[in-house]
Design a protein around this ligand. Structure first.
Ligand code: MG
Length: 417
């Protein structure tokens, strides 16, 4: 693969289309959760990292940002807060990625000769990679960042591996992708007239018979797709060599909660309803596990405790779903610059047996915390008949949450400060 421009070569100036108009269905969080491009990654929204790379790339002088319908104001505020001076236009995207790119192309300045297309949810893109792809496109007409496959690739059918493919002939393709403007425009026009769709722009150009030059991409240039990707991206960003003037701080919070058990109350644990004739008495849904995790989360970020954030005296929290409070606590913790990465919890109860529910509980907690379920561990213990817990008069939970934060010269890094 082409390793990009040599020393001293300066690519021609280009325009960029950054597409942030996807529905993000695989990253669905709570109803109050912002869409993927606006989720917090370390100390700023995902999209702010992406736009920052283009802002810092000398080869690009204009950026058109394509956003989902209804998110124009949110995107405009982000551009303003980040002082992204290259963002010339904000365009409302379409139903498909292809339609969104097409609309972005139509909004570029008339004199545009070279264009880079990039996914807004690939925040780890570097200015160097953008330049390398542009330089290759300026030689070949079309170029894309791509990665060789590191693992053995098989064709599968119905859950069975049936053939091993020659991975030396295969690559995975990322963005940025760069093109001669008229070539990409024509590829889109032809695809539209033929009702053809593709998942990337290089495929449209290929179907005109123009091959796309491959430029070795960056394995850390990941596309944020599922909730766990945010934590991975945070760690990668924080560790990025030479590009982040801070260090990574790890903190751990602990939480504990206990409620009496009474007949006729639902037993909700980690957002999951258990089959039980008794349930914890309390102000909200009395989900002891969620409460212990909230306390651990807030504690790890130095933000006090659940009572301070969600007071019992506030009528809004009467009968509240504690999992929604957990989501809100996670959002507050993230706004303070912390990224939860791991949870370990123990529930102490005599009955029912927790094991049949553990996987669902882990999934619910993981969804609320925007981490992968593998990062959430839930254990159950009986109290061996000792004391009130042992007599089944109450239920208790203990939790620890591990959080990451980027520290810059002794303080949390802020953006556009
Ligand atoms: Mg409680």
């Amino acid at each position: 693969m082409n390793r990009g421009p040599g020393a001293g070569e300066t690519p021609l100036r280009a325009a960029a289309v950054v597409v942030a108009a996807g529905a993000g269905r695989r990253m669905a969080g709570g109803a109050s959760e912002p869409p993927k491009p606006y989720r917090t990654l370390l100390d700023r929204p995902v999209l702010a990292w992406t736009l920052g790379a283009f802002e810092a790339c000398p080869a690009v002088d204009t950026v058109v940002l394509v956003v989902r319908e209804g998110e124009e104001r949110r995107a405009g505020a982000l551009v303003e807060q980040g002082r992204f001076q290259k963002v010339a236009r904000l365009v409302t995207g379409g139903e498909s990625r292809q339609e969104s790119v097409y609309r972005g192309l139509g909004a570029l300045p008339g004199e545009t000769r070279w264009v880079v297309v990039h996914d807004g949810v690939r925040p780890l893109v570097s200015p160097r990679l953008i330049e390398a792809v542009l330089a290759a496109a300026q030689e070949a007409g079309a170029a894309t960042a791509a990665q060789p496959l590191r693992e053995t690739v098989k064709r599968q059918r119905g859950g069975w591996a049936v053939e091993t493919l020659d991975r030396s002939q295969l690559v995975t393709v990322q963005t940025p992708q760069a093109f001669r403007y008229d070539l990409l425009r024509r590829a889109h026009e032809v695809a539209r007239s033929e009702g053809r769709s593709a998942t990337d722009d290089a495929a449209l150009v290929e179907s005109l018979g123009t091959p796309t030059r491959l430029v070795e991409g960056d394995p850390t240039n990941i596309k944020l797709t599922v909730p766990g990707d945010l934590a991975v991206a945070a760690a990668l960003l924080a560790a990025r060599e030479g590009s982040w003037p801070g260090s990574l701080e790890v903190s751990v919070g602990v939480g504990y909660d206990i409620h009496p058990l009474v007949p006729g109350r639902p037993m909700v644990l980690g957002g999951v309803l258990l089959d039980s004739p008794v349930g914890p008495a309390g102000h909200s849904d009395a989900d002891v596990l969620a409460h212990a995790v909230i306390d651990a989360l807030l504690g790890g970020a130095g933000l006090g405790d659940i009572g301070r954030h969600f007071p019992d005296t506030d009528p809004r929290y009467a009968g509240a779903r504690s999992l929604e409070l957990l989501e809100e606590a996670r959002s507050r913790v993230q706004r303070a610059g912390y990224q939860p990465t791991h949870v370990d919890a123990t529930v102490i109860l005599e009955r029912p047996r927790l094991l049949p529910y553990v996987d669902r509980i882990r999934q619910e907690l993981a969804r609320a915390l925007l981490v992968a379920p593998a990062r959430v561990n839930v254990k159950a213990k009986t109290h061996e008949g000792l004391g009130p817990l042992g007599r089944g008069e109450g239920i208790a939970a203990l939790a620890s949450v591990t959080l990451l934060r980027v520290v810059q010269e002794g303080r949390a890094a802020g953006w556009a400060g």
